[in-house]
Design a protein around this ligand. Structure first.
Ligand SMILES: Cc1ncc(COP(=O)(O)O)c(C=O)c1O
Length: 434
């Protein structure tokens, strides 16, 4: 059924605003079309809102639902394991099984700690890096997202290209008010995919630098692939100067393959962070890494804690998700389906006189309205027509296709070719309409 109105959601949003700040529990949820919406249930590739609208879902809850909504094996495993208990302030068997599985499939995962979300896992990796190197700062890249905590809120968003300053000396803009000023000093901001600039910066400042953190694919802005040799170049620089290379695999993990981007690109970081697709929507993340770094967590030199870590439901969700992925081997199909969708969008746009760019590896990709042949770093993304993108996303949404507002598309193992064909038919209509 095509959505015709959002009246019930609008009414619930007004009610929610009286008790929840802004009516939501995460900033990004405000930016749904036409406003924050309220959902009743999700199944497979579909999600349903309180107005009875059904959407073919390509947001997958911002990435986690790699098996689609409410995967029966995952929900059954959670129900079963939760019946035995919820949280022990102690260890349990499936926690070891999950860690053993991750150790087996992720190249850098010699030792592992579980956390609740990507943001805290990133901070755990920073702490380990600082403890081992005795240095304080980390290099991060423009437009990458590493969570919402203070020290990574600098440099991930800018109001305009001008606000970003010179390319060789970027200005670190804060994403939020209320950030501790001192937290700005923790990072050195650089444009992505510019190895020469990283080399130069590290040569000058290596005595201050504990870590380099990167999304291996810059998923959060335009889904940009790393330039030829860039990740290996970071690896070499980190080796030369004793710096921790941290891959933020919150999106790429279990999405590019079971071994994450590190196996896909053949570059092994010192530590990495997994979350999202790891557990079908349950709150668990992992910081994994080589023993020579992670051993600091073994003897309490570095403290990592959390009352809610590795509860039964989250461990069962992750273990089952990974087991299903391992059994079903969906990756070739996910890549093919994504590429088919990407190519179809390009054709639909061309047929209707639009110039768009669709880029990304396939299991996730990004749509933007720009005449550029490729967007290679965050600065390039300012060339994209965000107004036109919003009209496209809104048009798709009003016709029952749900895509993340910044043009990011996620494919799940539940999506079928016929559904992609349907989305493409709708996309062509929307292109014509805008
Ligand atoms: C690459 C990346 N790192 C870290 C995070 C933060 O993860 P979380 O929202 O689970 O704290 C995100 C969230 O979108 C992300 O995309």
């Amino acid at each position: 059924m095509n959505p015709i109105n959002y009246n019930q959601s609008a009414a619930l949003l007004e009610r929610a605003k009286k008790v929840l700040a802004g009516g939501v529990s995460s900033e990004f949820r405000k930016y749904n079309h036409p406003h924050a919406l309220f959902y009743t249930h999700g199944k497979g590739t579909r999600i349903y809102d309180v107005d009875g609208n059904e959407y073919l879902d390509f947001t997958l809850s911002q990435g986690p639902l790699i098996l689609g909504h409410s995967h029966p094996e995952v929900t059954a495993a959670i129900a079963d394991y939760s019946r035995t208990g919820q949280l022990y302030a102690g260890q349990h068997l499936k926690e070891i099984e999950l860690a053993e599985k991750m150790q087996e499939i992720i190249p850098s995962a010699e030792l592992i700690r579980f956390c609740l979300d990507g943001s805290t896992a990133v901070q755990t990796a920073f702490r380990v890096a600082r403890a081992k190197t005795g240095r304080d700062k980390f290099i991060r890249f423009e437009g990458h997202y590493h969570g919402w905590l203070d020290n990574v809120c600098w440099g991930n968003a800018a109001a305009s290209l001008e606000a970003m300053g010179e390319r060789t000396q970027p200005v670190s803009n804060g994403w939020s008010k209320g950030l501790a000023n001192a937290s700005k000093e923790e990072s050195i901001l650089l444009p992505w995919n510019d190895l020469e600039l990283v080399e130069k910066t590290v040569a000058e400042k290596h005595m201050e630098i504990a870590a380099i953190i990167t999304e291996p694919v810059m998923c959060n802005n335009n889904c940009i692939l790393p330039g030829e040799g860039f990740l290996q170049g970071l690896r070499d620089i980190c080796d030369r100067y004793g710096i921790a290379l941290i891959f933020d695999e919150v999106i790429t993990g279990f999405r590019l393959g079971l071994g994450g981007a590190q196996l896909y690109f053949g570059v092994v970081p010192d530590m990495s962070v997994f979350a999202k697709a790891m557990a079908s929507g349950y709150p668990i993340s992992a910081v994994v890494g080589k023993k020579e770094w992670m051993h600091l967590l073994e003897n309490g030199t570095v403290i990592h804690a959390g009352t809610m870590n590795s509860g039964n439901a989250t461990i069962a969700a992750a273990l089952t998700t990974i087991q299903v992925l391992e059994r079903d081997k969906p990756y070739e199909r996910l890549f093919a389906l994504g590429k088919y969708f990407m190519e179809g969008l390009r054709k639909a746009a061309a047929a209707t006189g639009h110039t768009i760019l669709v880029q990304g590896p396939g299991p996730m990709f990004c749509i933007s309205f720009t005449a550029k042949q490729s967007v290679d770093d965050y600065r390039d993304s300012f060339s994209c027509d965000k107004g036109q993108l919003s009209r496209f996303i809104a048009g798709m949404h009003d016709r029952g296709i749900r895509i993340i507002g910044r043009g990011l598309v996620y494919i799940s193992t539940a999506h079928k070719k016929e559904e992609i064909d349907h989305a493409l038919t709708v996309a062509e209509k929307v292109f014509k309409a805008i």
